[in-house]
Write a protein that binds this ligand. Sequence first.
Ligand SMILES: Nc1ncnc2c1ncn2[C@@H]1O[C@H](COP(=O)(O)OP(=O)(O)OP(=O)(O)O)[C@@H](O)[C@H]1O
Length: 302
Amino acid sequence: MIVTRGLTKRYGSVLAVDGVDLNVREGDRYGFLGPNGSGKTTLVRMLLGLVYATSGEIEVLGSRMPRRAAEVLPQIGAMVEGPAAYPHLSGRRNLSLLDASGPGGSRRTRRARIEEALVQVGLSGIDRRPVKAYSLGMRQRLGLAAALLRKPRLLILDEPTNGLDPKGIREIRDLLIALNDNGTTVFLSSHLLSEVEQLCTRVGIVDRGRLVLEEELATIRGRTGLVLVQSPDAADVVPMLNGQLVTRDGENLLIRHGDPAALNAMLVEAGLRVASITEQRRTLEQVVLKVTGAGSDRVDAS
Ligand SMILES: Nc1ncnc2c1ncn2[C@@H]1O[C@H](COP(=O)(O)OP(=O)(O)OP(=O)(O)O)[C@@H](O)[C@H]1O
């Protein structure tokens, strides 16, 4: 759906995007994750033909960008940082103008499509107030509605939950999952680990312009080989562990073991009570911290 090869963008001496090979597949919910200033917005803008690459290639929906922008852009829905709207016009009027300005949106179905998009993003009740009176979260929802107007095959969203409260973030996440279930590929950039971890199926991690990891989330969150057991009989459990105990904190035992079910069966068979048993998986945070350096917005004394 999105393929880049050696994609590079230089602003003077700043290498904003550095030789990125991205591969977003059909059906992915792809999280493009990186600290502030790591080049996410620049890359998203290049995908959409809003910024020209210094070098490298981009294919979106199988066509070269920006050369085939006229053919590609009507098939995708996009929202880049700070969605633009005419501030003195209402949300509906903005969507109507936007719809009228692009190809492919029939005038006959315009009103119905606008209403559907507004319902999807939770703005169906908006009145005639101008967009300048909207909260940041409402603007963000309006931007998303604009991206959804043409029922796109691919959604490209730059920090889509910026300015939303936790409930709003949850609503947008549920919406993106529902759209994806119906066949829309979702690519979003974010600096929020939790957002990506809860929404995405695949993750690309960018650090100082370079793609340092691209992987299925399920693989990233792989097993650690550790099992956390909580047992009121912890003292009696310890001698049974053949040195596999890593740490003990009261009733909580961290045990090196590859098979939690077998461990559980062994303890229960020995008459020891197991209050809970959990296989430890790597968190996305652990992986990100391992593959990225200090954020570029850090300013340390040298
Ligand atoms: N138009 C520009 N002119 C010069 N430098 C730029 C320009 N746009 C971005 N940069 C620089 O390129 C680097 C990457 O910026 P970019 O906005 O793409 O990062 P980002 O990951 O989207 O960050 P954020 O999450 O803060 O938006 C930064 O060092 C930034 O200062």
